[in-house]
Design a protein around this ligand. Structure first.
Ligand code: SF4
Ligand code: SF4
Length: 72
């Protein structure tokens, strides 16, 4: 299945992670969860509505939204 959708990229080299895990808390779709490394992981990218909140509120700009990529 292919679908045009935003990809949510997290740059783990930039993400400390922040103590509040801001991105996980602010995502209205709940698609980010704390992974085993203590950093956020994308668990349901197809539910991302591209609102941009996570990208805007991450204190270190570690999240990049790439719209219209083709997910396979
Ligand atoms: S763009 Fe919005 S819906 Fe998508 S991961 Fe970020 S906060 Fe969640
Ligand atoms: S908001 Fe940014 S620094 Fe904080 S956990 Fe998410 S990606 Fe990492």
């Amino acid at each position: 299945m292919e679908k045009n959708k935003t990809e949510v990229l997290i740059d783990y080299n930039k993400c400390p992670p922040c103590s509040e895990l801001v991105c996980i808390g602010v995502c209205p779709q709940g698609i980010l969860e704390k992974g085993e490394n203590g950093k956020p992981q994308v668990v349901d990218v197809l539910s991302c509505n591209q609102c941009g909140i996570c990208e805007n509120l991450c204190p270190v700009q570690a999240i990049i939204l790439e719209p219209d990529v083709v997910l396979k």
